[in-house]
Design a protein around this ligand. Structure first.
Ligand code: PEP
Ligand code: MG
Length: 925
């Protein structure tokens, strides 16, 4: 019995608006479900019915309509006739309908609409008789013939348009509205002839045949190229939308006179979120006239004076829509002879600023709950609000396209090296640093520049990561650009950029423009603050920032960071006042010389930490001990070879000068340039460069990222880590003395064995004991490890015995798990892997839950078996990505850490992760 009922339900292919389930978008399509819903809540929707997506699928499978379909359609048409008192296909008061497609997901402009279906020679006469308006009737007829001809019979618009234009010209008329009844009659007749010529048959006069052909064409359009491409582009799977429904709705006319109108509206302003009437309308017009832009529509606000009683109906409609859907609606309406009808509604698409404002407002108006306010915003969208953006009104074409590596927009003069950038930056110039790729020693150039452009490297290249950390825009891997530092120019297609030429970057799209394009400032509104505070209250995960300088820490604080989850100390070493000391340390041949250099660094590091801890007080600051291989602080072998060669040439010049001096001993005065550097100076410089070259060769490794770096460096040069640990602990003592509450965390990178960790821990313990004795203060800090090698994941138990916290370095862990480097992957095969679906995402941006995620999950479980209160976080790039954050919540991490400007995105994402925790599933791929 039940099975029989289920079968019957399944086989119902047509639902009237009064009966269809407004929540079943899969069966009725979004538009159809909403028409049912609106009808059933008492809104004035013209009567109509929906043919289901199941009917569509059945048609596509067999290439013919299900046998019972047209009979069911006829029954619904009979009901429409009864409801409207009109007749379909006959009489003085003919029933006309619109036919529209509509799948579960909206696919804008994908399939066409047929209006005025039901017109033929007989009903045309009826329409003229009924309205007494011949012009109106012929206008409706010619629109119908063209749309039907195009959509149902496949005749190109141009076949009709040429006749339309010709009649207009013969009539001497410019605007369509100036055409008279006779012209429109002529056009209709010509259009009927077009159909005959193109199809070899007369335009169908039987209205049920018209309807059947229209339904079939809508069904077929689901497999049309436009629709298939759209679904592929937006990853719309059959799971999300399968087949299209067909909506058949009684026509109402906005073009029957001055008491008629048609328009579109948003229940709130989609650009600002302001709670106001927003939209446009045209009197005496059809819907397509508003969209086509033939006449300039008026603002809805004007309707209040022009059509006051209809305006009141519109306000009522808008209020009902919002109070029912509890979401901003984008609706279409028509006023026919003073009566307002709602023809369509859907959730309104808004920009990020409007989404945030409407979320907070609608909660305050008690329309939605806090949870709904948080969940209705895609966290990624917040990024739009945190950086300046290009003024969308500027219609300039880009000259190059790279990867959108760090969002924001900036304009400035190009400079091709970091030293010059620093120099010019000091004089207040706005600059864009343009490089083939950047290296750690370019850091001072980043500080000076407004934005970074590179011709190589991907979204996790050095340039991208550093720029993101600083909140500066970056376009990376713009392959069409050839940078020639020696000639001080860059070739971009046919353009030549000279140093000093102004360019603009859009880091959100990867576009590069010539000249200065106006930008709009970032917008961190009060509403955004409020929304993010709600998010913090809901979430389990804390959000930390990856920040290396006090400035970056301050900015991260403004974005709401709850501490620093990763301070990469090498970035401190790269600042221009420290690099020479670091180089001395690297060049040292023995422990004493190295210690001497480190002694110079100690006070600088201590001062850095004091400031960092103070900015973040009372929240934790996780300081990572030195990680990169030493050679990263030195120039490349190629650069050094060039410099050595230059110096040798210069030494010859200086020697020549000496010879000249001797020869001209009696000359009265020598030119100034001849009196500057002595041979001794040049030889000193040359010796230093030669030593550097020798060191670079000694440090050379085949795979430096898998070589002498991280804790391995700390163990082989123990005095480096000792200096850093001492600086951290002394900074803690200093802060404590000043009454500043700090929570330092010492973090060891690249750990593979528990013995490595125990080794470093001994240094920490020795220094702690000494400093506590000297200062009389009890030191409070945590000691922990990064988990960024596969072995560390498998050995999480013994590591947790020494570590009070784990932080997953998912940049390296991803690299190690996939066994390919991020730089090579992003530059070479990854785009192709992503395009062809071999890999769904870039694993350096989106955490690979099925692979890397499994290692994380094991390490979390093992670590907590040994230490229940083990604090665990993530500090790789993926830590700021919403889907990855959902996984972090799922496996029970305590925090995520991401670049400062990503913090607001992550704050909303951690709340969403909590609110949607029950829906989380490990993806299957
Ligand atoms: C990581 O490997 O994820 C990490 C944060 O360290 P880095 O990117 O500095 O190697
Ligand atoms: Mg790492």
């Amino acid at each position: 019995m039940q099975m029989q009922a289920a079968k019957n339900m399944k086989s119902q292919l047509v639902y009237s608006f009064a009966d269809g389930d407004g929540h079943n978008k899969k069966l009725l399509g979004g538009k159809g479900a909403n028409l049912c819903e609106m009808t059933q809540i008492g809104l004035n929707v013209p009567p109509g019915f929906v043919i289901t997506t199941e009917a569509c699928l059945a048609y596509l499978e067999k290439n013919e309509l299900p046998p019972e379909l047209m009979a069911a359609v006829k029954t619904e048409i009979d009901k429409l006739e009864a409801a409207t008192g009109r007749t379909f296909g006959a009489g003085a008061d003919p029933l006309l309908v619109s036919v529209r497609s509509g799948s579960a997901l909206s696919m804008p402009g994908m399939m066409d609409t047929i209006l005025n279906l039901g017109l033929n020679d007989e009903t045309l006469a009826g329409l003229i008789e009924q309205t007494g308006d011949e012009r109106f009737a012929y206008d409706a007829y010619r629109r119908f013939i063209q749309l039907f001809g195009k959509v149902a019979l496949g005749i190109g618009d141009e076949k009709f348009d040429e006749h339309f234009a010709e009649v207009k010209e013969l009539a001497g008329v410019k605007a369509d509205v100036a055409l008279e009844a006779a012209h429109l009659k002529e056009i209709s007749q010509r259009f009927l002839a077009v159909v005959r010529d193109e199809t070899g048959e007369d335009f169908p006069q039987d209205v049920m045949t018209q309807l059947q052909l229209a339904v079939e064409s809508v069904f077929r359009s689901w497999m049309g190229k436009r629709a298939v491409d759209y679904r592929r582009e937006f990853h719309i799977t059959p799971d999300m939308a399968n087949g299209t429904a067909v909506n058949i709705c009684t026509m109402v006319f906005g073009n029957m006179g001055d008491d008629c109108a048609t328009g579109v509206g948003f229940t709130r302003n989609p650009g600002t979120g302001e709670n106001e009437m927003f939209g446009e309308y045209l009197t005496n017009a059809q819907g397509e006239d508003v969209v086509a832009g033939i006449r300039t529509p008026k603002s809805l606000v004007q309707m209040e004076t022009e059509m006051p009683s209809q305006f009141a109906q519109l306000v009522e409609l808008r209020n009902k829509l919002e109070s029912h859907y509890k979401e901003v609606q984008d609706y279409e309406f028509t006023i026919e002879k003073g009566t307002l009808y709602c023809l369509q509604t859907r959730n309104g698409k808004m920009n990020a600023a409007a989404l945030v404002k409407t979320s907070v407002d609608m909660y305050r108006e008690k329309l939605i709950s806090r949870e709904q306010a948080l969940l209705r915003i895609d966290p990624e969208l917040l990024e739009q609000l945190l950086h300046p953006s290009l003024d969308p009104d500027s219609a300039v074409k880009p000259i190059a396209l790279g990867l959108p590596a760090s969002p924001g927009a900036a304009a400035g003069k190009c400079v091709f090296d970091a030293d010059l950038a620093e120099k010019l930056g000091r004089s207040g110039e706005k600059l864009i640093l343009v490089r083939e790729e950047t290296r750690p020693e370019d850091i001072h150039g980043f500080f000076a520049a407004e934005g970074i452009l590179t011709s190589r490297g991907g979204k996790t290249s050095h340039a991208a990561v550093v720029a993101r950390g600083m909140g500066k825009p970056c376009v990376a891997g713009a392959e069409g650009i050839e940078v020639d530092v020696a000639l001080r120019l860059a070739k971009v297609g046919e353009h030549i950029l000279h140093e000093g030429d102004v360019i603009t970057l859009d880091g959100a799209t990867g576009e590069v423009y010539l000249g200065a394009i106006p930008t709009l400032p970032a917008h961190f509104s009060d509403e955004l603050q409020v929304l993010l505070e709600w998010a913090d209250e809901v979430a389990d995960l804390k959000v930390m920032a990856n920040a290396d300088t006090p400035d970056a820490a301050r900015r991260a604080r403004e974005y709401g960071a709850m501490g620093i989850g990763l301070c990469r100390t090498e970035r401190m070493f790269n600042a221009s006042d420290r690099l020479p000391i670091v180089i001395d340390m690297i060049l040292a041949d023995n422990k004493e010389d190295r210690k001497a250099a480190l002694n110079n660094l100690l006070p600088i590091q201590r001062a850095d930490f004091i400031e960092l801890f103070s900015v973040m007080s009372p929240d934790p600051v996780t300081v990572r001990l030195l990680d990169p291989p030493m050679h990263e602080f030195l120039p490349t072998e190629q650069q050094l070879l060039q410099q050595v060669e230059n110096l040798r040439l210069y030494r010859d010049v200086v020697r020549g000068r000496q010879t000249a001096l001797t020869a001209l001993a009696s000359a009265p005065e020598l030119p100034k340039a001849f009196t500057e550097l002595s041979e001794e100076h040049v030889t000193d410089a040359l010796t230093k460069k030669e030593r550097m070259l020798q060191k670079v060769r000694e440090l050379q490794e085949t795979n430096p990222m898998l070589g002498h770096r991280g804790v391995r460096l700390g163990i082989t040069y123990p005095e480096i880590y000792a200096m850093q640990i001492e600086a951290i602990l002394e900074a803690a003592v200093e802060c404590a003395k000043k009454g500043i509450n700090v929570q330092p965390e010492i973090m060891v990178p690249q750990v593979i064995t528990s013995q490595e960790l125990a080794h470093v821990k001994r240094t920490v313990e020795e220094l702690t004991e000494r400093l506590e004795k000297e200062s009389g203060q009890k030191l409070r800090f945590k000691f922990g490890t990064m988990i960024e090698t596969v072995r560390a994941c498998t050995r999480a138990r013994p590591l947790a015995a020494s570590a009070e916290f784990f932080s997953f370095g998912t940049n390296d862990l991803t690299q190690a798990t996939f066994s390919f480097s991020r730089e090579d992957a992003e530059n070479k095969f990854l785009p192709m892997y992503n395009d062809s679906g071999i890999l769904q995402d870039n694993p350096f941006e989106v955490l690979d839950i099925q692979g890397v995620g499994q290692l994380i999950e094991q390490a979390v479980r093992r670590g907590r078996e040994v230490r229940k209160d083990l604090k665990i976080g993530i500090c790789g790039e993926q830590g700021g990505h919403p889907e990855s954050i959902r996984f972090c919540h799922h496996v029970g991490l305590n925090y995520v850490s991401c670049s400062g400007p990503r913090v607001p995105v992550a704050r909303l994402a951690v709340a969403n992760a909590k609110l949607r925790e029950n829906e989380f599933k490990i993806p299957e791929r």
